[in-house]
Design a protein around this ligand. Structure first.
Ligand SMILES: O=C(O)C(=O)C[C@]1(C(=O)O)C=C[C@@H](O)C=C1
Length: 109
């Protein structure tokens, strides 16, 4: 079926839903950007105080909490866990890079 063959009412409903999806995707990007701003600061703090990039106990708490929130929001908890793990893996990579660039608690130029 080509675009011009789609029923105008269906086309309008699809456009309405896609507009909302675009707004939600923009919000997700902005929220992730804010989260990464925080985790960059955590990375610098950890590097300056010789703390390990990963904190598995903290991650276990975050996963348990997000799984509960997902269930009450009718979102698949396994998906919520996978998403958190994906984000945290990227954060840990950033922390490791910051630690590599930080010697004796001081950022290297
Ligand atoms: O809270 C920390 O210690 C962080 O470094 C942040 C964060 C996260 O992205 O939420 C990332 C890595 C840790 O393993 C746990 C949590």
């Amino acid at each position: 079926m080509t675009d011009s063959e789609i029923d105008p009412a269906v086309r309008a409903e699809l456009t309405r839903l896609r507009d909302s999806i675009d707004n939600i995707d923009a919000a997700v990007v902005h929220m992730l950007a804010e989260r990464f701003k925080c985790t960059q600061q955590v990375g610098r703090l950890k590097a300056e105080h010789d703390l390990p990039p990963a904190d598995p106990a903290r991650e276990a708490q975050q996963i348990a909490r997000l799984r509960r929130l997902a269930e009450s929001a009718k979102l698949d908890p396994a998906f919520a866990e996978k998403l958190l793990n994906f984000i945290v893996a990227e954060v840990i990579r950033h922390h490791e890079r910051i630690a590599g660039d930080t010697r004796g608690g001081q950022p290297q130029r």
